[in-house]
Design a protein. Structure first.
Length: 501
């Protein structure tokens, strides 16, 4: 009996000797995974928050530019560009307006790119008389579209975001000139620099133009090609900045959406990124992993004290599996409306385009839908009421689409539906049902008397077209619907009048 007991104790001791190192190893590994998963969740939430903050901030100036182009002072100026009285009135109007909105500058250019009037007309470095016709935003606007760009000012030497809109002659699609708003990004950069994390925004070439760390500004996420360098220099986007590579030492994927990276200073970060499709930019949030190392230390101590609690390890593994599943689900669906997120839409839409190009399905259309006067709802009834409206609109969209269509919360009060089409007016019929359902929405509580409408733009996919170009065309048609009175939609393929109402 004694020998059997000793043998049993010996067995237990040997098992303990075998399992304890394994438990330490498993515990340390699981602890790091758990801490990194929590860090990834926090990073994703903050990434989405900062992306919305940036988009909302710049979108406000976008709406302002659309109002300026129709003002009497600006149309009169472009009609009589040499009249001193008209110029003086325009300068005064732009200066007064800018005192309210606090942009870096607001100015008007003629067809050749010469600045006729500006909000800074009284300053030493006034834009008046300067020619900015070489800027891409000017050329885009003169072609009838909205020009957006980031560049270092040729006159001021300061970085800014430029929004340019064409001013059309009455009854014509010919642009008389361009209204430009330059927005300083310094306030945003300073707000990012006060955080316990790092934020950076890069342009379509991978050049970092906005960063919480000042040393990262004008670094590149990827090596630039000779063609890219030549184009950037030609349009003088970043003046004489050398545009050297970001000081990245190494990077590895942590999960489907996150990376760990180490910079040249030895600091490790967990990072996530997203595309800001409206601008063609990419945003990245980086969080130091220092707290993860602290978690690891305490896990090792806990493993030594609770070596016998193997069951807890199993439970932790199961909880971790469920937790990761919840994270993936949260990454796919918008928490407020239940619609798909933009991140999910990108992958799903690209997969659908691949099936189209292989001949497996007919085609798709992108329907951009925006709630009319949504800001007024928030202003009058509050953001909770605004959230209720967004939820109901999301339900209305889900109710009216067909199986296989992809409903997306695109941002703010803007929605997107990727519609599978078999006939020319399939998308129009779907959107018409959606807009009708939105008109017929009934609300409860303080907004029970509220009636809302929405506007939409539908662009049909053409072979070998980029997804971004498809979405941009849909957005332009949405903008046209907004300009033409709202509560309507335009379809670039279906020309039946009854389908456009």
């Amino acid at each position: 009996m004694f020998l059997k007991a000793r043998f049993r104790y010996l067995q237990i001791f040997l098992v303990f000797l075998v399992l304890t190192p394994l438990l330490f190893w498993v515990s340390s590994k699981l602890s790091r995974q758990h801490a990194m998963t929590e860090l990834a969740s926090e990073t994703e939430e903050e990434l989405m928050l900062f992306a919305r903050k940036l988009e909302d901030y710049l979108t406000g100036f976008d709406y302002l530019s659309s109002a300026i182009v129709t003002s009497r002072e600006i149309t009169s100026l472009l009609g009589k560009p040499l009249d001193q009285s008209t110029i003086k009135t325009a300068n005064s109007y732009l200066s007064s307006l800018n005192e309210q909105v606090h942009a870096s500058a607001i100015y008007v250019m003629d067809r050749e790119g010469n600045t006729l009037a500006a909000s800074n007309w009284q300053l030493e470095k006034s834009f008046v008389g300067k020619n900015y016709g070489f800027r891409p935003y000017f050329k885009t606007a003169m072609n009838g579209a909205v020009g957006r760009d980031v560049a270092v000012g040729a006159t001021s030497g300061k970085l800014g975001y430029y929004i340019a809109r064409p001013v059309f002659d009455t009854g014509s699609d010919k642009a008389l000139g361009v209204v430009v708003i330059k927005v300083s990004l310094e306030e945003l950069r300073l707000s990012f620099s006060d955080l316990s994390l790092s934020v950076l925004v890069a342009d379509q070439d991978g050049v970092i133009f906005l960063a919480s760390e000042e040393l990262w500004q004008f670094k590149t996420l990827r090596p630039l090609t000779t063609t890219q360098i030549s184009r950037i220099q030609k349009i003088r986007r970043y003046a004489n900045e050398p545009l050297t590579l970001w000081p990245l030492k190494r990077e590895t994927y942590w999960d489907e959406f996150s990376k760990t990276l180490v910079l040249n200073d030895g600091q490790e970060y967990l990072t996530q990124g997203t595309m800001l499709l409206s601008f063609g930019w990419e945003m990245h949030v980086l969080k130091p992993t220092n707290d993860v190392d602290e978690h690891l230390f305490f896990a090792m101590v806990a493993s030594g004290l609770f070596a016998a609690l193997a069951l807890l390890t199993v439970i932790m593994l199961m909880q971790r599996r469920d937790y990761l599943q919840d994270l993936r689900e949260a990454a796919i669906h918008d928490f407020l409306t239940g619609l798909y997120t933009r991140r999910y839409m990108q992958g799903a839409a690209l997969a659908q385009i691949g099936r189209i190009n292989r001949g497996h399905v007919d085609s798709i259309a992108a329907a951009m839908i925006d709630i009319d006067h949504f800001k007024a709802v928030n202003d009058q009834y509050g953001h909770r009421a605004g959230d209720q409206v967004l939820k109901e609109v999301g339900r209305a969209i889900i109710t009216e689409i067909r199986r296989g269509d992809i409903p997306v919360r695109y941002g703010g009060e803007e929605f997107l539906v990727i519609i599978n089409t078999h006939q020319s007016c399939d998308a129009s019929r779907t959107v018409r049902r959606i807009l009708k359902s939105i008109r017929n929405l009934h609300f409860r509580g303080s907004i029970r008397s509220l009636h809302i409408t929405a506007s939409a733009g539908i662009a049909h996919y053409t072979k070998d077209e980029e997804l971004e170009d498809l979405l941009n065309r849909a957005d332009e048609l949405l903008y046209r619907a907004k300009q033409d009175g709202r509560d309507r939609f335009y379809d670039d393929e279906c020309n039946k009048p009854e389908e456009q109402q």
